[in-house]
Write a protein that binds this ligand. Structure first.
Ligand code: AMP
Ligand code: TRP
Length: 332
């Protein structure tokens, strides 16, 4: 069976972009793949986090994994900082990476825009190397993520190939990204030219998986569209309605063309009203499952077992890497 690895940062509640771009794939893959899903708290601290909130968000994300349908009897779910090999391999990969390639990462460029070197946190610079370590530690074949992670996956591949070539031996499995056609980039509801994000100031720019029905309704009814009232998919000229069409399409399973026909000549009001319904139908069961799971002892057990299993796999790959580099003394 092919191995799948992915991670989500515990920096806030997940929104429908995270769900449609990443988590939905997590669930689909687990029947015929060996899946490992991580709560990446070490990535979260690349920017300052309130310690109490971080602790709570870690359990939130783990509970959301379960609530959307990740099944702990099939998949491993664990917290990144509970497997020390991630930081260890990250250092080794840091020594195999170049400043230039990290400087080219668009996420780094975005996050450091307008700042002097003296105030750019080193963690947001080396972040993609830690992500490469996450992936390579598990001999991962497939990494399901949203489009915004393409460049980071490319770096993980480059590092794997570079180390393998250096020692002329297969030390790392070279991973591949898996991106959906629809849903891989859900845009913000108030500004459809930027991606939906956990951290945007306007809470109506996103729909969180834990939002109330009333909030979902408000966010969709307020979403930016254009003035010609035609439900047509045209990202360039009609980014707002195109984004809403994508969301509608993935939640309902209907194709964009079918939806365009269905709403021909009916304006945005009708369309938005139905989208509210489709979205609430998809999200409210997740919300009620979440409430139950988040309180349960079971969740802690899942994470304990997950960390144990993840450690066992990661230790082997780390040892193989240490041996190749000649680190430490030979261990059995
Ligand atoms: P993050 O919250 O940054 O840890 O992202 C978790 C997962 O959600 C990653 O696979 C991202 O690529 C994906 N993701 C984040 N924002 C979006 C978005 N607006 N549309 C689609 N996927 C997204
Ligand atoms: N960088 C990813 C994001 O922000 C999260 C992440 C960290 C990840 N490590 C990973 C995703 C490994 C896939 C595989 O969305």
């Amino acid at each position: 069976m092919k191995r799948v690895f992915s991670g989500v940062q515990p920096t806030g509640n997940l929104h429908i972009g995270n769900y449609l771009g990443a988590l939905k794939q997590f669930v689909e893959l687990q029947d015929d793949h060996e899946c490992i899903y991580c709560v990446v708290d070490m990535h979260a601290i690349t920017l300052p986090q309130d310690p109490k909130e971080l602790r709570s968000h870690i359990l939130d994300i783990a509970a959301l994994y379960l609530a959307v349908g990740v099944d702990p009897s099939k998949s491993i779910i664990f917290v990144q900082s509970e497997v020390p090999a991630h930081t260890e391999l990250s250092w080794i990969l840091t020594c195999s990476s170049y400043m230039g390639e990290l400087q080219r990462m668009t996420q780094f460029k975005d996050k450091s825009k307008g700042r002097e070197n003296s105030s750019i946190p080193t963690g947001i610079f080396t972040y993609p190397v830690l992500m490469a370590a996450d992936i390579l530690l598990y001999d991962t074949d497939i990494v399901p993520v949203g489009n915004d992670q393409k460049q980071h996956i490319e770096l993980a591949r480059d590092l794997a190939i570079r180390v393998n070539n250096r020692f002329d031996k297969k030390i790392f499995q070279v991973p591949e990204g898996r991106f959906l056609k629809e849903g891989a980039r859900i845009m913000s509801l108030d500004d459809p030219t930027s991606k939906m994000s956990k951290s945007a100031e306007n809470e109506f720019s996103r729909i969180s998986l834990l939002d109330t029905d009333a909030k979902i309704k408000k966010a969709i009814m307020r979403a930016t569209t254009d003035s010609d009232a035609m439900v047509k998919f045209d990202v360039e000229n009609k980014p707002g309605i195109s984004n809403l069409l994508s969301i509608y399409s993935v939640f309902s399973g209907k194709s964009i063309e079918t939806l365009e026909k269905e709403y021909e000549g009916r304006g945005y009001g009708d369309f938005k009203k139905d989208l509210v319904e489709v979205t609430i139908d998809a999200i409210s069961p997740i919300r009620s499952r979440f409430e139950e799971i988040r309180q349960s002892e079971e969740l802690l057990k899942v994470l304990d077992e997950g960390a144990e299993k993840a450690n066992a796999i990661a230790e082997k790959v780390l040892k193989r890497t240490y041996d190749a580099f000649g680190m430490g003394r030979k261990r059995k």
